[in-house]
Design a protein around this ligand. Structure first.
Ligand code: SF4
Length: 187
């Protein structure tokens, strides 16, 4: 593959400690039509143009020393399959990062699709399933609801690595902007 696509990105957190194992860059894709009641990221739903990045330029710009992986969330990452694939390839091959992808699609459905299977080859852990507000995850596991499943597609991690130190992370930027992330919300 020798062409690059542009990913429509809602937002990026260069260093998060709560979106998977260790310190991770988190990329939120824009666009999702699942409309899960109680979704933590409703601003990511609209299929509108946000910020466009080529996968390599995105990681190059936001990579920080000491991070061990990339987490992709949204929005629905699999609606931008070519960009997702290139992002994961660059993360793994150019930066040696582990890869975690959150999706509303089931693993079985993705596995039945050749383009999605190509993406799964570059995914260490897939967390699948829509958010179900009636089954909110009560523990520190890094998922929104208990129906969501961890699929360990390489031997890099186990479920124990997804037990976080908290459910909410508040990140204060140098300009005072506060970003909230994680698997619960401050009302
Ligand atoms: S699939 Fe994810 S981003 Fe989309 S509505 Fe459901 S929880 Fe929100």
């Amino acid at each position: 593959m020798n062409y690059e696509v542009i990913i429509n990105v809602h937002s990026i957190i260069p260093v998060s400690c709560i979106n998977g194992p260790g310190k991770r860059m988190v990329v939120f894709f824009q666009g999702c039509n699942n409309k899960c009641p109680g979704c933590f990221n409703p601003d990511t739903h609209a299929f509108v143009k946000k910020t466009g990045y080529s996968p390599k330029s995105l990681i190059g710009k936001y990579f920080r020393a000491g991070i061990e992986g990339l987490t992709v969330s949204g929005g629905e990452p699999f609606y931008q399959r070519r960009g997702l694939l290139q992002l994961l390839i660059s993360a793994r091959e150019d930066y040696g990062l582990s890869t975690v992808v959150y999706t509303g699609f089931s693993y079985e459905r993705l596995s039945a699709s050749p383009p999605a299977r190509a993406i799964l080859k570059y995914t260490d852990v897939l967390v699948d399933g829509r958010f179900e507000i009636a089954g909110k995850e009560p523990t520190m596991l890094a998922r929104g609801s208990t129906n969501q499943r961890f699929h360990f597609l390489s031997d890099k991690y186990t479920e124990a690595d997804f037990v976080m130190d908290g459910k909410i992370e508040m990140i204060i930027a140098p300009d005072g902007t506060i970003t909230q992330t994680g698997f619960s919300k401050v009302a």
